[in-house]
Design a protein around this ligand. Sequence first.
Ligand code: ZN
Ligand code: ZN
Length: 870
Amino acid sequence: MNIAPKYDPKEIEKKIHKKWIDEHAFDANINPAKKPYTIVIPPPNVTGILHMGHALNNTLQDVIIRFKRLQGYEALWMPGTDHAGIATQNVVERSLAKEGLKKEDLGRDKFQEKLWDWTNKHGSTIINQLKTLGASCDWRRTRFTMDEEYSEIIKDVFIALYDKKLIYRGRRLINWCPRCKTALSDEESAHKDLDGWMYFIKYSLDCGTIEGNNYVVVATTRPETMFGDTAVAINPQDFRYTELKKLKVILPLMDRELKVIEDECIDPQFGTGVVKVTPSHDPADFAMGKKHNLEFINIMNDDATLNENVPEQFIGMDRFEAREALVTLLEEKGLIVKKEPHKLSAGHCYRCNTIVEPRISLQWFVNMKPLAEEAIRAAEEDKVKFYPERWKKVYLNWMYNIQDWCISRQIWWGHRIPVWYCENCEDVMIASKTTPQTCPKCNGSKLHQDNDVLDTWFSSWLWPFATFKDKEELKYFYPTNTLVTASEILFFWVARMIMSGLEFKKELPFNDVVIHGTVRDAEGVKMSKSLGNTIDPLEMIEKFGTDALRFSLMMLAASGSDVFLSEDKFLVGRNFCNKIWNASRFLSMQMEKHNIKITNLELKDLDTIDKWAIEELNNTAKDVAINLDNYRMNDAAKRIYEFFWHVYCDWYIEITKDKFNEQRAKVLVYLLLESLKLLHPFMPFITEEIYSIIAEMVPLKSKLIMHSDWPQGINIEFAPGEKEKMAAIMDTIVQIRNLKADLGLNTQKTKLEVLPKQYADSLWLENKDWVKRLALLEDIELVKYLKRTLYKGEWWDLNLISDLNADVFIASLDKKIANIENMMAKTNAKLSNENFVKNAPADIVDGEKVRFAEMQKQTSRLGELRNAFK
Ligand SMILES: [Zn+2]
Ligand SMILES: [Zn+2]
């Protein structure tokens, strides 16, 4: 066994990755002897570049899939990418713009060629980056949502829903992105708060007054939409305006007469209680317009400039430019009573961040209510479980209030809607997988296909089953087990997958939904390119190694909580890699030095310390598995970290240094191997490398650690009292170290006197050597009487003997006590300052209290010690 002095992640990761690929280590196949365990990747966009959110999401999935593989499942992690309709089209449009071209200049077919060229060239970037991260996907299966087989399934699904009348075409108010020039679903319109103004505008009255005025005041945050007003509305219970119905309300600048309608949904407390109604440009007004049979006047073009339905000077103006010009004009005319600052929530395009404009348009919709029923029941009955559980409520709330899904997009990249229209018959629509030849009504052959493509999410909602090309494989691997995702796409994707799985496969697509947090910087701000506060995972891998990145992320990823990152956080992982490397190297060197060869790992004649360490490992393996099964990655990572660093390295290796023999070597190798297996899901590269080095020395069952077995533990039995004595002696070592530190004896030659109280003599004699070494003592002597007692224990009392006399200790202890008392006074002053206690964050105040209590304990301990020297 020959281990390089220094751990070199770059070299080793490259080598190990090649080995996995050569051995087909990630492949999963139908295997009747094993139970399947399946995860489908949330397919990254083909435009994607690996960011820290991906690193977190995919490390979580890889930890689970590697853990399940070790547990003996046929573990499949299905990879793939999403064509990302609008996002990809935007990228290619931008590159065309550099050549001074628009997509219309090329035409649909040529533009699509460009899109395919771009996708073929750049679409696998993110896949290669995931490979760098160590993702153990079955890469042979990599799917793309525009693959031919996949596209066929989308058509099947569309037609099935169309035939069931769950897909329909209708003219409705939808979210419109004026920059992308396409409809968006409600979920794709991200609501953000903006600072704006509430304008109070006079609408004049003909032939009468209200409260002595010949006008009423309406309040609005979007004054430019007034050109599309066709009514004003009041609450029927609002008696201030009872007379209004008898009067004529005139729209300023346009001199159009507006209807006066009464509707229960009008809040008399909002603005003045009179509300303008713009049925073509507001969702609530659209509903009122339908209900009260109002006129619908569209005032905007598809790029959100104003059209010919507005006064001439506003035609062609952008909506926000028009707003300013209109407000100026109304002010000049004395028609603005006042304006007030107002926070408003506006939808933003999730692809380009442009403010979304409500727009009436002919689009395709899915009627979601019937699909939601079973998906609601599945969550209510916990057949699908959310981790953390709080997301169940969020999911259900959305599902109870689910709206129809607008699935048509006015773009050219995606799955074209499989519907044809007859040019002679207005009412003919033919949904078909192949191009129909004749119209079923008039027999004419002039047919054309719908121009729109389907929402990208209409392909990804089929992902858990549409990714399987083979029926038998689908039967074996579906339903999948766990889905790991960010909360942002709970509605976009997770909820819809649950509905589509139940509708088309009659089974839930997965049972566990793991929702992880958001990656933030050290100050808690969400990482984003535009803020410049991102940390590039590939750069971190370059600097610290992949395992270090993965392990550090998992240590920070408390179930469902946000991850606060700064570069120094990756040191934890890197230092741990070095620790594992050094411990393995130490073992290999010891074996070489003592010329030990191990032919089998059977463990027998274990002494107390061996048994203690093995039992600690047993418990660790159990805890790690429980935590992983409950998706508490950070708890699992911490547990194995604690075991390896503190039990294996700090204690076991240290204790056994003196008596290194074949028996010890076996236990050391056994503990190392089992630790590596527990660590493997988190740190796949270093564990695989060390495993291969051990395999040269010790016969091992499997060639790769990733195909070995999850630690099962060895049954350990202790004699009565054996474990307690061991614990006592270890605790005493800690106490001696503390004592030596308190007395400033760290480097001094020191002898220990022990006065055993019970039958503890033999324990000291047996373990004298390593206790001496671990507690840094020159000698240990068992006595019948202590000159002075520096430590009182349940099993024994202790005294330390050195060359220094009592006065030296008393002086040094006095100084120490004085220092602490000084600090205590300061802390106390802080805590008695009302302002501090009131204004400082609670955890800071609590921290000070804890510190104070600790210092109190410390002074009393040092005081007792001082008394012992009197
Ligand atoms: Zn947009
Ligand atoms: Zn026809």
